[in-house]
Design a protein around this ligand. Sequence first.
Ligand code: NAP
Ligand code: 8YV
Length: 324
Amino acid sequence: MHISVEIPLSRPHILVVSKPPPFFLEPLKAAFVVHERLHETDPAEFSKMAPLIRGIAGGGESAVGAALMAQLPALEMVSIMGVGYDGVDVGAAIERQVVVTHTPNVLNDEVADLALGLILSVARRIPQADKYVRSGRWASEGAMPLARKVSGARLGIVGLGRIGQAIADRATAFGMSIAYTARSAKPGLAYPFHASALALAAEVDFLVIITPGGAGTFHMIDAQVLKALGPRGYLINVARGSVVDEAALLEALEKGTIAGAGLDVFEKEPHPLQALYKLDNVVLTPHMASATHETRQAMADLAVANLQAHFSGKPALTPIPECN
Ligand code: NAP
Ligand code: 8YV
């Protein structure tokens, strides 16, 4: 028996391109006619519905390319639940006058907290210490080898934007000295500016990466930068895997060119280089810097609010800078 479902014309049709958590999907379904990954699950049905689709909702890692947009003649907006939007072909969106939005600021604290967590974890060897206790080595072998002090150390921040500044605030409370690099110096901030990641790396103990991904930052952290960071230096990446040359990083970690690394993001997710798993001087987390109930809820709320604003005739709340 064929059941035909009547689709209300008044509610805008939205294509969801990620696997959204319920607290993102449910409000979307309440406000819009949602086609959940229809382009992947049922291409024939998708080609029938495509002319109706006016919005795309996705996550920070979603790919929204020119080819997908070209199939959606009524597309008006792309709402990303995440601050990074390097999977979106922004040029193609702008050419078609499609507004792209993201979720800045609501995750600054969370990502900065994890950056500090990774610094502490890798320097104080917290994951190894946990294993040391559980495996009985404390009882059988005595105290663990000594670790590295974080308070008072020199921190370099690559990308002193919204999250970079939240990292600097936390590091200040740890008595760390702070220096940074970005595309341009920030006249309102007292921290010393270095013109490149290479120059900055040579001056610090911990180098934290918190720039956007994409072509502008691809492999900005290469073998030369790691060499400048040196055998007592640690690399922390909470930005995007593409910013770091992962093969060069692996070699630096294996040879002791740098002391260690704390990594939340990888070139091919969810498949970090397997050789990293064997190393004792890295702490690995699964791209989870914003992953708490509170922050993911705030991100989902903002991503939905952007769609609602646009489709009720108001300006989007947080368009990406290129669409402003
Ligand atoms: P933001 O406020 O736009 O700050 C980005 C900073 O990066 C700015 O200081 C910018 O310099 C700098 N930058 C950009 N391109 C650069 C380049 N080619 N060379 C040197 N510096 C460059 O962004 P945000 O909100 O802090 O977020 C930063 C990024 O963090 C996001 O784009 C995302 O990729 C990543 N992120 C990761 C997670 C995670 O789960 N691990 C979570 C959230 C965000 P100027 O100020 O001079 O332009
Ligand atoms: C999330 C992120 O992994 O905001 C970003 O740029 O990388 C993270 O917050 C993701 O985007 C959630 O959709």
